[in-house]
Ligand binder design. Structure first.
Ligand SMILES: *Cc1c(COP(=O)(O)O)cnc(C)c1O
Length: 373
């Protein structure tokens, strides 16, 4: 099946009780046993599983071409759960540019549990090879990366990690499964903040880990999901499923707008540099062309000057909203370093732009007037 069809049909069932095409939200926390004590439909208690969550996991599994998935209350909870399958003495290699919350999990929480992370520049696969140790269990990838839109070679890094006996998990939040399929490029796990493009409307938090193989580690991950309990509610699963139905249409429109905005910004005299994998000028544009079928809706720019000039620019936008997050219908702009506060490694003149679904001419006009000051 093609992605447009999967986005609508995978995990979809007509409600057997009513014939409803749109699934009901199953708010019940508990499910009845049969007279013999068995559970006729395998549902017991909502934290362990419910029809809305099962449908969500089935749909995203299909989109990523995986074998199963475990969903969580946020993208952070999903990645944290995967990291919790590691134990004392295990070593992780992670990108030096990655979602800042994940860096905090590694440096402030996992480090105290005896799990050590080496951060490397993953634009060069040989840096990963150099960081591997006998006890390396996991290589984490985030491509494109947040907020610098760096691109790393999933195939090459997966081969290097597997040769050393480490598994590979790729954060596919920015690309989405419409534009990039990490499992087909060699990754063992794919993770998403479904909060972003999959939900797509800035109204629901969520996260998921999709696995290529249902192995012992994935079963441990499901145990962490069910016993740890950082699960999405049935309503959140329902909202995310609804968002996914239009995912292919939305992300192509986001990407069309983003490329035109990136090209506009690149030639603007008030802009020093634009980070977008679809631009010829991107240092890994060739890798992006090889492993992505589209370049997504997120970009960042370096305003000429420093933090003051960047913040002043965000003060002048009229259509863009000054807010964090991305993947929704509204265009957003954010001064990233001041959001990431103490842990930031982001340049002070960097602005991250989530390109929405408004008309691109209106968006360009707004950026232009804000940059002109
Ligand atoms: C937003 C984001 C996360 C965290 O997701 P939450 O749902 O906010 O916890 C993780 N990785 C990437 C790339 C993100 O953009």
């Amino acid at each position: 099946m093609n992605v447009e069809t999967q986005a609508i049909h995978a995990g979809h069932v007509v409600d057997p009780a009513s014939g409803a095409i749109v699934a009901p939200v199953h708010f019940s926390t508990t499910y009845e046993r049969a007279a013999d004590g068995s559970y006729p439909l395998d549902y017991v208690y909502s934290r362990l599983g419910n029809p809305n969550r099962l449908a969500l996991e089935a749909r995203i599994t299909a989109l990523e071409g995986g074998n199963d998935a475990a969903s969580f209350a946020s993208g952070s909870a999903a990645i944290y759960a995967l990291l919790q399958t590691l134990g004392q003495g295990d070593h992780v290699v992670a990108p030096d540019v990655l979602y800042y919350g994940i860096r905090i999990i590694m440096t402030d929480i996992l480090a105290r549990q005896g799990i050590v992370t080496t951060f490397v520049d993953m634009s060069r696969p040989q840096n990963v090879a150099a960081a591997l140790r006998p006890e390396t269990r996991l290589v984490l990838l985030e491509t494109p990366s947040n907020p610098e839109l760096g691109v790393s070679d999933i195939r090459k890094i997966s081969d290097i990690a597997h040769d050393a006996g480490a598994m590979v998990a790729c954060d596919n939040t920015i690309a989405t499964p419409v534009f990039q399929k990490p499992l087909q490029l060699g990754a063992d796990y794919v993770m998403h903040a479904t909060t972003k493009y999959l939900g797509g409307h800035s109204d629901v938090l969520g996260g998921i880990i999709v696995t290529g193989e249902v192995d012992e580690r994935f079963e441990r991950l499901q145990q962490i999901q069910q016993v740890g309990g950082a699960v999405p509610s049935p309503l959140e699963c329902w909202l995310t499923l609804r968002g996914i139905e239009t995912l292919p249409l939305r992300v192509r429109a986001h990407a069309d707008n983003a490329l035109q905005i990136a090209q506009f910004l690149e030639q603007h005299p008030a802009v020093e540099r634009v980070n977008y994998p679809g631009l010829q000028s991107h240092p890994a544009h060739d890798v992006a062309c090889k492993q992505m079928s589209g370049y997504g809706g997120l970009l960042s720019l370096h305003v000429r000057g420093g933090a003051d000039e960047a913040l002043a620019m965000t003060g002048k936008v009229k259509l863009f909203r000054r807010a964090t997050s991305f993947g929704g219908t509204h265009s957003l702009i954010e001064h990233r370093a001041s959001m990431e506060k103490g842990v930031t490694r982001t340049a002070p003149n960097l602005l991250r732009v989530s390109v929405g679904l408004e008309h691109v001419d209106d968006l360009i006009a707004d950026l232009d007037q804000a940059l002109r000051g």
